[in-house]
Design a protein around this ligand. Structure first.
Ligand code: 5MY
Ligand code: ADP
Length: 313
C-alpha cells in the first residue's frame, strides 16, 4: 500500500494533492519523474551509476539502491506516471533524525537553461550556499515520545550563518530537546553519530577521497542526507548513522574534470562536523528556531562564540 512519507524533509512533497514521492512497507521510495527532462536525467544517472564498474563498493553504498522505474498512480491524482524505484534509506528507523544538505556553492551549471541558471543564482545568493558551500535544505530531529520531531520551516534553515549552522549540526546530535530554546546542545551523541570508524565523518571523508579523483560525474544540485535513529543510540545500540547522496536531476558529465563545486562544499561541511567532534564546547550557544518567517529572529553577538538563534517558538 503506497503512502506519503512523513520522514521527507525537503523537495517536492506529495501532500495536498501535489506530485511527490511515495513509499510502501517493503522499504522502497518511489520518486515521480518530473515532466521536463529532470526525470529522465535522474533515471539516466541511476542507470549509468548502478552499472558503472569503476565505482568502488564503499562509494556505491553511499547511494540509495536503484531498482529501475515503475508506472504508478501519481500522488496528485493525474494517473499513471513513471517513478524511480529506490531504496527508502530511512525505512529501518521508527523515529529517524534526518538532515538534507545541498552541496556546492552553486547549484546551477553551464548546460542548464538561462531561466534555471537565474533562479539558482538567486537562491544560492539568498541562502548559505554561496558563503558556506552548502545549505541545509530541510531537517527533522527526534526529541522524545512527548515532544516528537522538531521540523523547522525549510526556508528558515536554508540561509543560516556559519554560527547558526554549527548550532543546528550540534542539535542534530544532542540529547536535550531540539525545540528547547534555552538549552545548549549537549552534543552527547556526537561521538557515536559523527565520530567513529564508520560514523558520518568517516563516510564523508570516504566520499571526499573519491571526489578528489573521480571525473565521471558532476553532481550539480545534489544533496547528502544524514540519517540516524536516536533511540538506538540511547539504548547503546550501534547507531548505524548513514550518509546517502540523493537528487540527481541535474547531474552532468565530468568530462575528465573533477567536480570542484561539490568537492569544495563537501570539504566545508566536513570542517564543520570535524570541529564539533574536536571541540564541542568551544562556543556558548543558545538556540530557538521559530516556525514562521515573520517570527524569525537571529541575534548574533559580536563575540563570535556567543550566538542566539531563533528558529522555533
Ligand atoms: O520549487 P521550489 O522553489 O521549492 O524549489 C525546489 C527546491 O526547493 P528549495 O529551493 O530548496 O526550496 C528543491 O530543492 P531541495 O531538493 O528541496 O533541496 C529542488 O532544487 C527543486 O529543483 P529540482 O527538482 O532539483 O530541479 C526546486 O524545484 P523547482 O523550483 O526547480 O521546480
Ligand atoms: N531514497 C530515499 N529514501 C528516503 N528518503 C528520501 C530518498 N530520496 C529522497 N528522500 C527524501 O525526499 C526529500 C527530497 O528528495 P529529492 O530527491 O531531493 O527530491 P526533489 O527532486 O523533489 O528535490 C529528501 O530531502 C529526503 O527527505
Amino acid at each position: 500500500m503506497l503512502k506519503v512519507p512523513d520522514h521527507q524533509v525537503a523537495g517536492h512533497q506529495a501532500s495536498n494533492g501535489q506530485l511527490g514521492p511515495l513509499i510502501d512497507d517493503s522499504g522502497r521510495f518511489y520518486k515521480p519523474l518530473q515532466d521536463d527532462d529532470r526525470g529522465s536525467k535522474e533515471v539516466a544517472f541511476y542507470s549509468s551509476f548502478s552499472s558503472n564498474t569503476r565505482v568502488p563498493g564503499h562509494i556505491r553504498r553511499l547511494f540509495p539502491v536503484f531498482y529501475g522505474t515503475q508506472l504508478l498512480e501519481a500522488s496528485d491524482g493525474s494517473g499513471l506516471r513513471p517513478h524511480l524505484v529506490l531504496e527508502d534509506v530511512v525505512s529501518s528507523s521508527s523515529h529517524p533524525s534526518v538532515m538534507d544538505i545541498k552541496i556546492g556553492s552553486r547549484t546551477w551549471y553551464p548546460e542548464a537553461s538561462e531561466d534555471y541558471i537565474q533562479r539558482c543564482f538567486k537562491k544560492d545568493r539568498e541562502t548559505s550556499s554561496l558563503s558556506l558551500g552548502f545549505r541545509i535544505s530541510g531537517l527533522q530531529i527526534y526529541g522524545n515520545e512527548e515532544s516528537g520531531f522538531w521540523k523547522p520551516e525549510r526556508k528558515l534553515v536554508q540561509n543560516l550563518s556559519a554560527a547558526d549552522v554549527r548550532v543546528v549540526l550540534k542539535k542534530f546530535v544532542s540529547s536535550n530537546l531540539p525545540v528547547d530554546p534555552n538549552s545548549d546542545p549537549d552534543c552527547s551523541f556526537a561521538a557515536s553519530v559523527y565520530g567513529g570508524s564508520s560514523g558520518i565523518l568517516a563516510q564523508l571523508l570516504e566520499l571526499k577521497a573519491w571526489f578528489e579523483d573521480q571525473t565521471m560525474y558532476h553532481l550539480n544540485s545534489c544533496s547528502v542526507l544524514l540519517v540516524y535513529e536516536k533511540e538506538k543510540v540511547l539504548k547503546g545500540e550501534r547507531s548505524e548513522a548513514e550518509v546517502k547522496l540523493i537528487d540527481f536531476a541535474h547531474v552532468t558529465e565530468g568530462k575528465g574534470i573533477i567536480d570542484h563545486n561539490f568537492l569544495g562544499g563537501l570539504c566545508s561541511l566536513i570542517k564543520f562536523i570535524s570541529e564539533i567532534l574536536t571541540s564541542p564546547d568551544d562556543c556558548t550557544t543558545k538556540a530557538c528556531l521559530r516556525d514562521s518567517e515573520k517570527d524569525k529572529e537571529i541575534l548574533t553577538s559580536p563575540d563570535e562564540c556567543t550566538t542566539k538563534v531563533c528558529l522555533q517558538d
